[in-house]
Design a protein around this ligand. Structure first.
Ligand code: GLP
Length: 243
């Protein structure tokens, strides 16, 4: 694992955007796995800036988002669909047909999960996967448990996750109890992984992940320790408890 500690959130975001931009320049038809949450917002802002300055072209880039809340329609302001368009896709030239986000309103969820994995496979897998991390060590919505699933699936959200994401919903009772997420298999098979962490609330999990050097289904992100090309970019606050 390559670990970069940035001075602050801005610097973390700039470093992350530069890594993504370099990969797109090397491979204009990059298959890019995308994440949501607060952490990558600055990265998206930087990528939008590069595009607007004519330094980056997304016209051949293919994107796959990690997850979507179950039951939220794409036009629901709290959905990850809405988040992605508002913060990124509305401002860059990714072709609509190249954008993939799990459909949280699919009538047949199992079918939707199979379809999503098929689409990823058809595109040759993920080249670069952008990740945030939950306070409980989740990646995407792969929550800690006795086992982790490899394929895209419908999952129950953990109490920690419901509490952490309540800020986007007004109250914890409004947070959907379930989500569709790509599985650990899809994430770990990405050719390159970029994990971002920001803020003091991520310091404990980042210390556990990076200092313990152990793999456990109780810390889904720990499976990244088995991958040969992971770059972690975190700000000082997130790195504060690391030895
Ligand atoms: C969310 C998302 C994850 C994200 C994580 C951290 O619930 N499903 O993909 O990485 O939790 O979010 P944040 O960046 O807001 O702390």
């Amino acid at each position: 694992m390559k670990i970069i500690v940035a001075g602050d959130y801005q610097e973390m975001s700039r470093i992350a955007a530069n890594i993504i931009a370099e990969e797109i320049k090397k491979k204009p038809d990059l298959v890019l796995g995308l994440a949501t949450g607060s952490t990558p917002l600055g990265t998206y802002r930087e990528l939008v800036r590069m595009y607007k300055e004519g330094k980056l072209d997304f016209s051949r880039v293919i994107t796959f988002n990690l997850d979507e809340y179950y039951g939220l329609s794409p036009d629901d302001k709290r959905s990850y669909h809405y988040y992605m368009y508002r913060n990124f896709f509305d401002h860059v030239n990714v072709r609509p047909e190249n954008i993939h986000i799990p459909d949280g309103t699919a009538r047949d969820v199992e079918e939707e999960c199979l379809r999503y994995d098929e689409e990823i496979k058809k595109c040759g897998g993920i080249d670069l996967q952008l990740l945030g991390i939950g306070v409980n060590g989740h990646i995407g919505f792969n929550e800690p448990g006795d086992e982790l699933l490899t394929a895209t699936h419908l999952t129950d959200l953990a109490p920690d996750t419901l509490a952490a994401n309540a800020r986007f919903f007004g109250s914890i009772d409004e947070v959907p109890r379930k989500a569709i997420t790509v599985g650990l298999g899809t994430i770990i098979q990405a050719k390159k992984i970029l994990l971002l962490a920001s803020g003091p609330e991520k310091a404990a999990i980042m210390a556990e992940l990076l200092d313990d050097d152990a793999v456990s289904t109780r810390v889904p992100a720990s499976f990244l320790l088995l991958h040969r090309d992971v770059t972690v970019v975190m700000d000082k606050d997130a790195a504060a408890k690391k030895r």
